[in-house]
Design a protein around this ligand. Structure first.
Ligand code: B12
Ligand code: SF4
Length: 474
């Protein structure tokens, strides 16, 4: 059985709330979710899928079409965010055009949030809801037995959606999230060419993401992960993975957990294992500001952590409370001081334009940045994400008048632009505020000097110079 995973050529500018200039830096990112599913497929069903990453390989639609016509894959699968839905559909339609027998499967966040709407788009044969390691293998196994498995067989696979004989969407029972994370195979990084994914914010050319936890118990209203089951791998298993990649020549990692430090004891145990192993690895993490203390940060530093990404969001307590972030501004100051004390660089993610934000709140945020002095900064404009608590609340209370994400899910178009949600400022004003924060930050001599110091080769210099130019123009 031939299975292709396709990351489509990018076409949509739906992701408009991010900082545009930085977003145009054209740095392909690894889709770890796909690599996890690919690894499971290989281990459980002995099928080695082909990964076609168009942004990383520079492949266009025509080339993908040609490849599908030649290879005639049995299944073409996509990892679909609401934000790349249109791009995925364009490729799915092309696949069906050149080889109609190919089964099209959509997995990932978008079909998880809108399974029936996704099936209603016509070109999608199956959706996988939630984590794909077990579900996709069961689905592929059913497709191995019959090109069109009967509804009863499909109905027994938890966490999928399909269309019955009359064309109606059927969504099967919910599959519980995987608890035994130690049993999942490591992501199939060997199926991609790691050299294509050099990240200009990383310090070496080959670096990979490692996930040590899934889910988050916190309640931030703008986030899809809020209050989801928090699960983690044992420190020993994570160490085994670090050693595995290290033996293959990779010494830089991004621990991509939404929150690496929630379980303090476990985080320290892993740091200890890394230190005791004697391996010279470097890694970065993301952490909430309220899950750090002196001892933990000391361990992080000694085990090779060189950067902490913080979800700061705002310098205004009123805004933090509105977002149910569950942190105090004072804790933001403390976290940055701790990182500085241990000489770990910091990345602050901030967000302006929340529904309650005023000039005063914006000033608080600008002041906070000037005091905590992060080494890197990304400012986004608050955008209610599909089906988040924030989106649902605004819909219920009238801050949003129509369920525009569902409308988009039913009839997606490339022209759709993501609405902001602050009643005081126009989109242009929000953009101007975002640009001002971002430019003011990146034009500081200390920040420019830091960036220059970290440049490792001519290629990085060129990439960063291009990015800087866009920031200046942006
Ligand atoms: C890393 C990351 C990225 C990376 C890589 C994308 C990726 N999906 O890997 C990059 C930087 C490219 C990215 C970009 C964006 N992202 Co992002 N990203 C994440 C993040 C932090 C982690 C994803 C991850 O690796 N998870 C770990 C893996 C194991 O889980 P997973 O990807 O969900 O995959 C599992 C299942 O979903 C499923 N699955 C996934 N794909 C497939 C495919 C098939 C065929 C099957 C069967 C199953 C399956 O099985 C996997 C294994 O269990 C998530 C938050 C999160 N914690 O999930 C946000 C998240 C996915 N991103 C989000 C957003 C909004 C964006 C951006 C719009 C941000 C921006 N403005 O730039 C862009 C959109 C880019 C685009 N054009 O589409 C939202 C998506 C919301 C939505 N409704 O779509 C999330 C959920 C964050 C949030 N706001 O809460 N992102
Ligand atoms: S923003 Fe971070 S801390 Fe808040 S719910 Fe999402 S993952 Fe958890």
């Amino acid at each position: 059985m031939k299975v292709f995973f396709v990351i489509p050529p990018s076409i949509s500018r739906l992701d408009s709330y991010a900082y545009d200039a930085a977003d145009k830096a054209d740095v392909p990112r690894i889709w770890v979710g796909i690599l996890y599913v690919a690894a499971a497929l290989r281990e459980k069903l002995a099928i080695t899928p082909v990964i076609i990453d168009a942004p990383a390989s520079g492949m266009g639609l025509e080339e993908i079409e040609r490849l599908v016509a030649e290879e005639k894959p049995d299944i073409v699968a996509f990892s679909v965010l609401t934000f790349n839905l249109v791009a995925c559909l364009r490729v799915a339609e092309a696949v069906k055009k050149v080889h109609h027998e190919t089964v099209v499967c959509f997995g990932g966040w978008h079909p998880t949030l809108y399974p029936s709407e996704t099936l209603g788009l016509g070109v999608v044969d199956y959706v996988v809801i939630g984590e794909g390691e077990e579900t996709f293998c069961e689905l592929v196994s059913a497709l191995q037995s019959a090109r069109k498995p009967d509804a009863q067989v499909l109905g027994n696979i938890k966490g999928i959606g399909f269309r019955d004989a009359s064309g109606n969407a059927v969504i099967t029972a919910t599959r519980v999230p995987i608890t035994k994370l130690d049993e999942i195979p490591f992501p199939a990084y060997d199926l991609i060419d790691l050299k294509r994914y050099s990240n200009i914010l990383a310090d070496s050319t080959e670096n990979i993401s490692i996930l040590t936890t899934r889910g988050c118990p916190h309640a931030c209203t703008f986030c899809d992960i809020r209050k989801s089951r928090y699960r983690y791998r044992s420190p020993e298993k994570v160490m085994e993975e670090i050693r595995y990649w290290h033996d293959k020549g990779i010494a830089e990692f991004y621990i991509q957990d939404d929150n690496f430090t929630i379980n303090r004891k476990r985080a320290i145990e892993l740091c200890r294992l890394i230190i005791d192993s004697g391996l010279k690895v470097r890694y970065k993490i993301s952490s909430r500001v309220d899950h750090l203390d002196d001892e933990l940060v000391g361990y992080l530093k000694r085990s090779g952590c060189h950067r902490i990404n913080f979800g700061v969001e705002s310098g205004s307590q009123r805004v933090l409370d509105y977002l149910q972030k569950g942190i105090k501004v004072e804790q933001i100051h403390q976290a940055f001081q701790l990182a500085k004390k241990h000489r770990i660089s910091t990345f602050a993610y901030i967000m302006i334009g929340t529904p309650v934000e005023t000039d005063e709140d914006y000033e608080h945020t600008a002041r906070l940045i000037s005091i905590v002095k992060p080494d890197h900064l990304h400012c986004s404009i608050c955008t209610p994400m599909p089906e988040t608590h924030l989106y649902r609340t605004l819909l219920k209370e009238g801050g949003i008048s129509t369920d525009y994400w569902r409308e988009f899910a039913v009839a997606p178009t490339a022209e759709f632009s993501t609405p902001f949600c602050n009643p005081l400022y126009s989109d242009e004003e929000l953009r101007a505020m975002q640009n001002s924060i971002q430019k003011k930050f990146y034009l500081q001599p200390r920040v420019i000097l830091n960036e220059v110091k970290r440049m490792r080769d001519l290629e990085t210099v060129v990439k960063k110079a291009r990015l800087a130019f866009k920031v200046l123009l942006g």
